[in-house]
Design a protein around this ligand. Structure first.
Ligand code: SF4
Ligand code: SF4
Length: 383
């Protein structure tokens, strides 16, 4: 099979997918100086951009699948090459040709599950609301204050179901009138889009939009910064605008307004990790810190790379589904930074970050020294 597409065809497909910003690149290499890959192995976005400009991309190569869409290099690019969108355009070509290197194959499993069951985890749609069993959680009906959209990982992953349950407990304690969509909820589609399957993203987005409209949803509360990003910045491409709020913003609001009060103490040294899609991509840096600063006894530590310079966990851009070999995982570097900061708890607010950190905590044999928490879990513990 011919897998290296002809020169002009690659350029045409890139253009058709909005990736012609490539040609603005003047090869300064600033992108490579900030890319987290270069802390663990050699990788060059500059080279990917150069090859694409001349239609020389080898779409069989694993290189086009490395970018986690962390957002570091677009901040530095003096020519607005829009590396993320341009890189995604290459993945769309590979998806169109159905060319996937070995490390990327799990993305196809995720796609098949998204098509059949509305989640990437090969779980049954009928089980989507099981996390809420035994809790006071109602189906969403029109007129409720807010729709809680836990997303795929909090609905199914055993570790992350605890976060969904903590969220429901905190909302109930604050007297928030909320509901869930249960089996009518589908994956937001953010990560499969970044992994190059635009058609599937559009299908998932349209399913969710129809469901939101049919249920009279006005305001959506999310736990995942990936759901947040796509509802807020990408669903408007379908000419809809729902009010979207991330759990860290909502908790901050509930605490400030006195609807929620904490009574206990959390006397631990805690480091906060800024998820790329909450912080760098959407500017939510202060609310999570404001919540933690309100917690009695909590000693908040800043990590070496924080806020706009936060170090990616490695799970964005569909990488959550791909295998990254030990020694090349950004999450391992991040845990080292947590230890350097003298913290015993790493707190964050993203299901992908928690998945990556929990995994590295075990592979680095740090289970005794370090806990990984979602910010909501800490609040629930001290209600
Ligand atoms: S977005 Fe992040 S991971 Fe992707 S090339 Fe840029 S710095 Fe590297
Ligand atoms: S920072 Fe921008 S202009 Fe410089 S090499 Fe990277 S993509 Fe090209």
């Amino acid at each position: 099979m011919e897998t290296v597409a002809p020169y002009q065809e690659i350029i045409d497909v890139i253009k058709a997918n909005g990736g012609d910003a490539f040609k603005r690149c003047f090869q300064c290499g600033l992108c490579d100086t900030v890319c987290p890959w270069n802390r663990v192995r050699t990788f060059s976005m500059r080279k990917i951009v150069r090859e694409a400009t001349f239609g020389l991309t080898d779409i069989e190569s694993e290189e086009i699948w490395r970018c986690t869409t962390c957002g570091r290099c677009p901040q530095r690019c003096p020519r607005d090459v829009r590396q993320i969108e341009s890189g995604v355009a290459l993945r769309r070509i590979a998806t169109e040709y159905q060319v996937f290197p070995k490390a990327v194959k799990p993305v196809r499993t995720a796609s098949a599950s998204l098509i059949d069951e509305g989640n990437p985890l090969s779980e049954a749609r009928k089980d989507r609301a099981k996390w809420a069993e035994g809790l006071a959680v109602q189906p969403f009906t029109e007129g409720m204050e807010i729709l809680y959209f836990p997303g795929c990982y909090l609905s199914y992953d055993p570790r992350l179901k605890k976060v969904a349950r903590a969220t429901a407990a905190v909302l109930n304690r604050a007297g928030v009138e909320f509901g869930i969509l249960g089996t009518a909820e589908s994956c937001c589609g953010e990560s499969i889009r970044k992994a190059g399957d635009e058609e599937l993203f559009r299908r998932l987005a349209k399913e969710n939009i129809k469901t939101f409209i049919d249920h009279g949803v006005k305001k959506i509360l999310v736990s995942s910064p990936h759901c947040y990003h796509t509802f807020k910045n990408e669903y408007p491409e379908f000419r809809v605008n729902f009010e979207v709020i991330h759990i860290t913003q909502f908790l901050d609001e509930l605490l400030r307004e006195g609807r929620l009060t904490v009574t206990g103490e959390y006397a631990k040294k805690v480091a906060y990790h800024d998820p790329c899609y909450l912080g760098r991509h959407n500017g939510v840096f202060d609310e999570p810190r404001a919540i933690l600063q309100r917690v009695p006894g909590l000693d908040l530590r800043e990590l070496a790379d924080a806020r706009r310079d936060s170090l990616c966990c490695g799970g964005g851009g569909g990488r959550i589904w791909m295998e990254t070999q030990k020694g090349e995982r950004f999450s391992e570097l991040r845990l080292e930074q947590v230890l350097e900061a003298g913290a015993e708890v790493l707190v964050t607010a993203c299901p992908y970050c928690i998945t990556m950190f929990e995994d590295s905590r075990l592979t680095l044999d740090l289970a005794e020294r370090l806990e990984v928490k979602d910010i909501t879990e800490i609040i629930q513990e001290i209600l």
